[in-house]
Design a protein around this ligand. Structure first.
Ligand SMILES: Nc1ncnc2c1ncn2[C@@H]1O[C@H](COP(=O)(O)OP(=O)(O)OP(=O)(O)O)[C@@H](O)[C@H]1O
Ligand SMILES: [Mg+2]
Length: 366
């Protein structure tokens, strides 16, 4: 994983804690260093503290403990309007008395930009969110999704160095959301803008971000690139939160550097990679992705453990086949196979053997 030193970071959270009521911490000992130009996403379930982190960075909330720095300067010393941050918040309203065009022109006027340059930038920003024909409308005359797109354009129009976005695409339909995901990341990279983005949509996080910080319960559970996060989850929360995943529980029976065997609660023995387990006798949740399960024994290493499975359901999904199995006493074990010309379509009732390469099955904390 890419390591960024805190003193070189453009945005740095150092040992930050936040409590609203003086008792419960909703952000716990947060350390995060974001280099200039990075697109970083905070991903996590509702209530995990994502918005709170953005609000502290924007200056609308203060940290209970710790320090937040922007380009090396503690933000406590910079008032919110002087931080030069573009923002799209969950409930960040447009100015109701101004037209769409005026809403976008405003941050440019504040920065003393000339009229013709302002007009060109406003047009470009509105075109980006496909709202070019709406410049004369007022916020009350638009749908929620249209207002959200204008808010997005307003946050980007003055080409700020740092943009904070909190679920900016939440109210949009799938097609528009995907177009804007692409536009936002392109524009951010083109202009070298640093983005801190919040979403609970994992596909959005994986497709848009340079790195993703997975939040739960006020803590970062893992901070990694999208492929690292999906391929190498470090704990069972991340494994279950990101992507589809099969989980089997058991006890570590034997352990070496690169592999371990786990005796499942059903009595079966399987091969896994020790990721977040310490010693023989530890309880563990082992995690295996549906696309890494092998139903063709010839693709397994000699001596690999296999499990008996019964096919319960076969779902044709076009590009892939999704098959639900009964494995080790559980009815929700899923495998995914590619719809290739020679791929077998398993029929319910069939008994098969399944297995995997030890490195594809991760023994994590229980
Ligand atoms: N102004 C506030 N006063 C008191 N508690 C608050 C306040 N704002 C948020 N909280 C609490 O802090 C915790 C974290 O909230 P936060 O808004 O940061 O979550 P989130 O991760 O953004 O969730 P969501 O995905 O639902 O937007 C929650 O338990 C919430 O109830
Ligand atoms: Mg939120």
């Amino acid at each position: 994983m890419q390591q960024v030193k805190n003193d070189e970071a453009f945005v740095a959270f150092e040992r930050v804690q936040k409590s609203y009521d003086g008792e419960t911490l909703v952000v716990k000992d947060l350390n995060l260093a974001i280099p200039k130009g990075e697109f970083l996403t905070l991903l996590g379930p509702s209530g995990s503290g994502k918005t709170t982190c953005l609000m502290m960075l924007a200056g609308f909330e203060t940290a209970t403990h710790g320090d937040i720095r922007l380009d090396g300067v503690s933000v406590n010393n910079i008032p919110p309007h002087k931080r030069g941050i573009g923002m799209v918040f969950q409930n960040y309203a447009l100015f109701p008395h101004m037209t769409v065009g005026e809403n976008l022109s405003f941050p440019l006027e504040v920065r003393k930009m000339g009229k013709s340059e302002r007009e060109a930038k406003v047009k470009r920003a509105l075109d980006m969110v496909q709202m070019g024909d709406f410049a004369a409308r007022r916020p009350a005359q638009m749908s929620g999704g249209q207002q959200q797109r204008v808010a997005l354009a307003r946050a980007l129009v003055f080409e700020p160095e740092l943009v904070l976005m909190d679920e900016p695409l939440g109210a949009l339909d799938k097609q528009l959301r995907e177009t804007l995901q692409f536009e936002i990341t392109n524009l951010a990279h083109q202009l070298g803008i640093t983005v801190v983005y919040v979403t609970h949509d994992q596909t959005e996080a994986l497709t848009m971000s340079d790195r993703v910080a997975v939040f739960n319960d006020g803590r970062i559970q893992q901070l990694a690139t999208p492929d690292d996060l999906y391929e190498r989850p470090q704990n069972s929360f991340v494994a279950q939160f990101i992507g589809e995943n099969n989980t089997l529980t058991g006890v570590v029976q034997d352990i070496s550097d690169k592999s371990c065997t786990v005796r499942l609660d059903s009595g079966d023995v399987i091969d896994a990679m020790p990721v977040n387990v310490g010693a023989v006798g530890d309880r563990t949740k082992v995690s295996i992705r549906p696309e890494r399960v092998e139903i063709d024994k010839t693709r397994l290493q000699p001596g690999a453990h296999t499990l008996k499975a019964e096919v319960l359901e076969f779902i044709y999904m076009g590009d892939i086949f999704r098959t639900r199995l009964r494995v080790a006493g559980m009815d929700d074990f899923v495998i995914k196979t590619r719809n290739a010309p020679d791929q077998v379509r398993l029929t319910p009732g069939t008994k098969i053997d399944i297995g995997w390469l030890a490195q594809d099955c991760r023994a994590l904390d229980a």
